[in-house]
Design a protein around this ligand. Structure first.
Ligand SMILES: [Zn+2]
Ligand SMILES: [Zn+2]
Length: 399
């Protein structure tokens, strides 16, 4: 790493303390007020221009470099970190920095994302005289719900300075600390949530022929929808459909009037996505009709597009990562059908969303994301800071 952009023990301490402080004080989507306040304070201390209240609780911090830009032109890199926690009761008893808010927990590593981005801001700010371009830090609300990325972009996150590329980290307990996964192409899925309402005709359990049983219809709709994934899309294309909730009925001797099913469809390819969305509607309607019922399909408006990495920026991340963790530890992650609104930043500008390993199986730190036993090996934090700093400096230098 260029010595102008090296971490100091103070940076490492600040990052570690910030991660623990945020972990102890998790805030849910759109409520990240304390979190945003801490970020704004630290970014101002580091000398950045700070805008608060961007898309409600979001924070934008801008760092303008003082070095001569490369012949290819002055560039701006955006570094994104999501801030929100999850409505989960933490079950990591005995850890000194466990959540102090019952029912709220940083179980997806966003506390670490914020801490690494703030750490990168401190390192880059100290080296600003040697920084040949600008950096925008976007601390966004509500990744876990309906997404703060698109509203932040609408509020001007990508203008003044005009952003040319974007990067972001997701910590991952699917890989070990000391490993980094970065790859071109799609890295998170398009997520289409839906509600299927099967309408039947309620009646007496002993006289089904005088009723239309929506629960029996729902029981046929589910395998028919699963068939779409195994029989109507190429097996080479990632895709999954899960019905996660089903609600109907009030008593064992009553045929219900209707049945509601909630689920999610996840895909990478836009054509596969469009096709399967149409087929979910057709299959649900026709299975219901074949059984004398009817169906309504509603798609939830908060669907995220896939996050797609740019080959050039990804190559820079991989090269920088090889210098930080060694060639053999720069890996390709298996396809994930999780969703993430980093997608909106990477729809707008080229960039790379990459994973930094945070598991330590030997120490028993490997609870999956979104589980009450999730924790990270904090040794991942300085690695993440180095990757954000190194990639930014390389990109602004014209690589
Ligand atoms: Zn999450
Ligand atoms: Zn997350």
């Amino acid at each position: 790493m260029d010595s102008h952009f090296s971490r100091t023990p103070n940076d490492d301490r600040l990052v570690l303390e910030l991660r623990r402080d945020l972990h102890m004080h998790p805030e849910l989507a759109w409520e990240e007020v304390r979190t945003a306040g801490r970020i704004a304070e630290l970014a101002r201390n580091a000398g950045l221009e700070v805008r608060e209240g961007v898309a409600k609780t979001g924070v934008i911090a801008v760092l303008r470099g003082g070095a001569t830009p490369p012949a290819s032109g002055r560039r701006t890199m955006l570094i994104r970190a999501d801030m929100d926690a999850l409505p989960i009761n933490e079950a990591t008893a005995g850890r000194p920095h466990a959540s102090t808010s019952p029912g709220k927990m940083h179980a997806c590593g966003h506390d670490g994302h914020v801490a690494m981005a703030v750490g990168a801001a401190c390192v880059l700010a100290r080296g600003r005289a040697n920084l040949p371009g600008d950096v925008v830090f976007a601390f966004q609300p509500a990744e876990e719900t309906d997404g703060g990325a698109a509203p932040m972009i609408a509020a001007g996150a990508l203008v003044d300075p005009k952003v040319d590329a974007a990067i972001g980290i997701h910590l991952a307990n699917t890989i070990e600390v000391g490993q980094v996964a970065a790859q071109p192409g799609p890295v998170t899925a398009a997520t289409d949530g839906f509600v299927l309402t099967i309408r039947g005709k309620g009646g007496h359990a002993a006289r089904p022929h005088l009723s239309v049983d929506p629960i029996a219809i729902a029981a046929q709709v589910i395998p028919s929808l699963h068939m779409l994934l195994t029989r109507e899309k190429s097996p080479a294309q990632p895709g999954v459909l899960t019905i996660g909730a089903i609600h109907a009925g009030t008593a064992g001797n009553v045929i219900a009037d209707s049945c509601e099913m909630r689920g999610t469809l996840r895909t990478y390819d836009p054509e596969v996505r469009t096709y399967l969305r149409r087929r979910v509607e057709e299959v649900t309607a026709s299975v219901a009709a074949a059984n004398r019922g009817s169906a309504v399909v509603e798609w939830d408006g908060g669907a995220y597009p896939p996050t797609v990495n740019d080959p050039h920026v990804t190559a820079i991340v991989r090269q920088v990562a090889a210098g930080v963790v060694g060639d053999a530890n720069v890996v390709v992650h298996e396809a994930s059908l999780g969703g993430d609104d980093m997608a909106y930043f990477l729809e707008a500008v080229p960039g790379c969303y990459f994973r930094v390993g945070s598991a330590n199986t030997e120490k028993g730190i490997n609870g999956p994301g979104h589980s009450p036993r999730f924790d990270i090996d904090e040794a991942c934090l300085p690695i993440g800071v180095d990757l954000l700093v190194g990639t930014t400096v390389a990109y602004l230098s014209g690589v």
